[in-house]
Design a protein around this ligand. Sequence first.
Ligand SMILES: C[S@@+](CC[C@H](N)C(=O)[O-])C[C@H]1O[C@@H](n2cnc3c(N)ncnc32)[C@H](O)[C@@H]1O
Length: 439
Amino acid sequence: MILLSITTTKNSGWREKIKEANKLGLKEIALFPTCLNKKQREELYFLLKKSTIKNIPFVHLRSDMNLEELDFFIKNYKTEVFNIHTQAQYPLIHDYSKYKSKIYIENVFQEFDKKELKNFAGICLDLSHLENDRLLNKKRFSKNIKIIEKYSLPIGCNHISAIKNFTHLDKSGELRYDEHHFENFSEFDYLKNYPPKYFSQFIAIEVTNSLSQQLKVRDYLFDSLFHKNFLNVQIDFSKFFVIPREETEFWIQKVIRELKIVNDKLQILDIFAGTGCLGIAVSKNIKNSFVDFVDNDKKAIEQIKINLKLNKISSKRYKIYKSDLFKKLEGKKYNVILANPPYVAKERLNEVQDTIKEFEPKIAWFGGKRGLVIISKFLKEAKNFLNKDGKIYFEFDPFQKEEVERIAKKENYQIQFFKDQFQKFRYAKLNFRDPISKI
Ligand SMILES: C[S@@+](CC[C@H](N)C(=O)[O-])C[C@H]1O[C@@H](n2cnc3c(N)ncnc32)[C@H](O)[C@@H]1O
């Protein structure tokens, strides 16, 4: 969830923000009592009680807040996560071990301390601080990225603020690009360069802007960060970070045109479904189709469910299987099998897009030394799941064309190759010629 915030720096106008929340009827926010002393916090808690706000899932924890204050939030506002600064910056006064599974340590212009992180639930990743480091302190940026990647510590919450295209000096004399106030939505565009796995369930927009401005930026972020239009369907890849490619979009469009001409009741299999983009595009465009989705990754399964809902595909028109290849499909037959298997060859690692290399799950793309391990297994079995006139359409790497042809012929398929929009052989259409029935 992307949460609007009430911050409490000097000119943030936190009392006015509570009034604004009441006016807007807001029930849920993130709270930053960062700059309030005990007396001011008591006033804040009093105003909150009389407000429309009923949920505060994410609270910034000041090092002097006592356990009763944490209890207060958890009991009254269902608070699920807190963030703190490192103890090197603000030594803790109270013992928070009772709630250590809810407390995450934020990167505030310092390197993560692995030992300290292990004493709490994990990381509160402030992406604007991280981006500021990327621009001004590459060494610290790389070290923090390394710790995040190497120890795979949970990222439990995030702060996001604006990144300007000019620097300013903060009150401690530090040069900074990040600021807790935005003028343009584009000041959040840096977020598109970070993979969804750096985002958590609780993302607080940490800015001093009015709540109504924050509402607008929240809509902007939701549309621009984790969504892609794929043909005429919406694909969310926030749970399973595999971004549908334009080459895939190109060939599935051609296939849909072909299938529309037939316009029969089609039983379709989308195997290696990932986000489900192929099968969902077919469901949306071919009214008589029924699609089975298969993937062996539980996050992909979760993502397929989200995308089917997002595109309002009736549950009567699909089934989802978590399966290693065809294992859970025994006895099933299809008119069409669509496949975008993991086919990137290990030896071509240097040539693939940076996002695939750095952030996407390796299992989603890599198919062994020559990229053909999964393709071979797939073609060996797929014929048993085709109807009499059934067809397979699948994607491969242009450099694999000859080897794909060899495997297909060995498995008794007839194969036709087609080019993508960049004039490279990218997909094939196969049908099975049963050698026994010819005798
Ligand atoms: C290239 S991605 C598919 C991308 C998908 N068409 C999309 O654009 O969202 C390959 C998918 O195959 C899945 N996969 C890999 N090995 C598999 C196996 N043995 N059985 C089933 N699925 C597998 C991966 O989890 C991944 O989702």
